[in-house]
Design a protein around this ligand. Structure first.
Ligand code: ADP
Ligand code: MG
Length: 586
């Protein structure tokens, strides 16, 4: 055994650096946070070779006086905890470890000229050894240069990704900080390209538009909510504007960018009804709560937080997002149509139809025809299909005029036309009705005249039989039938005449993908998607005029009918004015 001894300051700093400076982007983040804490309005960043050869940050903040330059580089030296009060932290920094940690694994120069001072001073550190204070010719503010990051820790160096990727990480961090500080101008260059050039923005939404694009600003819902002293604000995309990962979900707690699993989970829960599980909305959400209600001192990198009342934070986030989504009703994102057809528009009625007057009696009857299970006899067309009622054109989604390619319904509205993706729309209706039926005591089933035996193979049959009880609750009654097969006895009535074998096979496949721990109700959107795929209004099926109108009327009274369960729009609208423009009449 060797004797216990105190580690030297430079080793302690290097150990801390392991946590504080995971990669160049973490150094960029810490230095930009320092500039923001110093009240800077302009922050210029240079990142060379992904930050490995150089990170330079210049700000116009209040600066550091000459006598404190050396102290700023010492461990646990900070100007930000004036009352030693860890319970009311209002700055981004507070631990006093960023500068010494970065300096311990690089060649760092800190130069500053405080506001009003006649000259600047600088101090250099190499591998933890601090040099003398020397004069520096510079403008007011602070300049930090970090060269050869990790030269003293080759192991860390080896884990760095390509300069391009490291640069992306840095850009991402600066974006996050910039979102929380819209009035500050930022620039980041790598010497040849300038991936960030943000002038001071007038509002947060402007800043978000600068970073996330106009698309986001145009397709985002405004979120505002407050409860128990916790305030939530920000913007969240309509489900139709979605991404393959949650990377573009920006979360802030008291102005601090965080990556919090609980908050990400709350967003997922709020959008669950609107998006496939592999699609993610774009959001920028800002939580403000009393400093004492949140602990930011969880990890040296300060990207994790702990809420005292995590349940109410989650409730607030889920509730506010769901509320905004429900209020958006049919409004689908402009991006989809924008990309597809410049003049097509999605319904501009942000209010949703659910709140508008109930459909007139004739329409309600048409809707009833649609709602009634399409009988097993194959008589899917009502005996006397009424002509589309004239007053239907007054309805938001208009009167069905024809079906094209067996897939799209074209309807005439008061001031334009609407094209509906019949399958996507039906999928949404099935889902919303199943949800309502589940809430109101159960889903109606219809017995099959001849129970249908479906061969699935052992694994598939077992998966279905394991979920037998849950499936029955969703209206699908089946049981094991010998080796590797099931017999289906009843199907959900609202599917109409379903293609039973196809449905059961797809469900068996899907169950394989589903997390065992999740109930089918948790995956209702997916289950309904699969059910609807094999229901009566699948793509490619011809619809009678009354069926089409009934579908439109149903959409008008169904919440969230503007997009299918996977976030694609269910209809697009073209205004007469746009048509006239297309033909040069305007
Ligand atoms: P912390 O930010 O947690 O206080 P740092 O090691 O990042 O710790 O910085 C130490 C101190 O150096 C800060 O408290 C601050 O007083 C000073 N400082 C660092 N960067 C700047 C800057 N850009 N402008 C003004 N002061 C700065
Ligand atoms: Mg700091």
């Amino acid at each position: 055994m060797t004797a216990i001894r105190r580690l030297s300051e430079s080793i302690v700093n290097r150990i801390a650096a392991g946590e504080v400076v995971e990669r160049p982007a973490s150094a960029v983040k810490e230095l930009v946070e320092n500039a923001l804490d110093a009240g800077a309005l302009h922050i210029d960043i240079v990142v060379r070779d992904g930050g490995q050869s150089l990170i330079a940050i210049a700000d116009d903040g209040f600066g550091i006086v000459r006598d404190e330059l050396a102290l700023a580089l010492e461990r646990h030296a900070t100007s930000k905890l004036p009352d030693d009060d860890l319970l009311s932290i209002s700055t981004l920094g507070f631990r006093g470890e960023a500068l010494p940690s970065i300096a311990s694994v690089s060649r760092l120069t800190l130069a500053s000229r405080p506001k009003g001072a006649s000259e600047g001073w600088k101090i250099a550190v190499e591998g933890g050894r601090v040099g003398e204070v020397e004069p520096a010719a510079m403008a007011e503010g602070t300049r930090v240069e970090v060269r050869d990051l990790f030269f003293a820790t080759p192991a860390r160096l080896k884990f760095l990704k390509s300069p391009r990727t490291e640069l992306d990480y840095a850009v991402d961090w600066v974006h996050r900080l910039a979102m929380a500080h819209p009035s500050v101008a930022f620039a980041l260059t790598d010497g040849t390209r300038t991936p960030i050039r943000l002038s001071a923005a007038l509002s947060r939404l402007d800043r978000l538009a600068q970073i996330l694009g106009r698309d986001f600003a145009e397709n985002a819902l405004t979120i505002e909510a407050e409860r128990d002293g916790i305030r939530l604000s920000g913007h969240a995309s309509l489900p139709t504007l979605n991404r393959p990962t949650s990377r573009e979900q920006y979360l802030f707690v008291n102005g601090r960018a965080v990556r919090d699993k609980q908050l990400l989970g709350a967003i997922r829960a709020a959008y669950m009804d609107f998006l496939a599980s592999d699609r993610h909305p774009v959001v920028a959400l800002f939580l403000e709560l009393p400093p004492a209600a949140v602990d930011v001192n969880v990890h040296p990198a300060k990207t994790e937080v702990r809420f005292r009342e995590s349940g109410s934070v989650r409730g607030l986030v889920v509730g506010a997002l769901k509320h905004a989504l429900a209020a958006a009703g049919h409004r689908a994102a402009t991006t989809v149509s924008g990309a597809a057809l410049a003049s097509f528009r999605h319904g501009p009625y942000g209010g949703g139809y659910a709140s508008s007057a109930p459909p007139p009696r004739a329409l309600a009857e048409a809707a009833a025809i649609y709602q009634a299970p399409l009988m097993n006899s194959g008589a899917s067309m009502p005996p006397s299909a009424p002509e589309p009622s004239l007053s239907a054109t007054e309805q938001p989604l208009g009167a069905a005029r024809c079906q094209v390619h067996g897939t799209y319904i074209v309807a005439q509205t008061a001031d334009g036309l609407v094209i509906v993706d019949q399958h996507a729309a039906h999928e949404r209706l099935v889902y919303e009705r199943m949800k309502a039926a589940l809430a109101n005591g159960g889903i109606k089933r219809q017995g099959l005249l001849l129970p249908e035996v479906v061969e699935l193979g052992d694994a598939g049959a077992t998966r279905l039989v394991e979920r037998q009880a849950e499936l029955a609750e969703l209206g699908l009654v089946l049981e094991a039938f010998g080796q590797g097969a099931v017999v289906v006895r009843e199907t959900p009535a609202l599917l109409g005449q379903a293609d039973v074998a196809g449905l059961v096979r797809d469900l068996a496949d899907e169950l394989q993908e589903f997390d065992q721990a999740l109930s089918l109700k948790d995956r209702l959107a997916d289950v309904c998607g699969t059910l609807a795929c094999h229901g009566s209004i699948r793509a490619g099926r011809r619809l009678a005029p009354a069926e089409m109108d009934a579908l439109l009327r149903q959409m008008e009274v169904t919440p969230h009918a503007g997009q299918c369960n996977h976030g694609r729009p269910t209809y697009v609208e073209l205004k007469l004015a746009d048509i006239e423009r297309l033909f040069g009449r305007r």
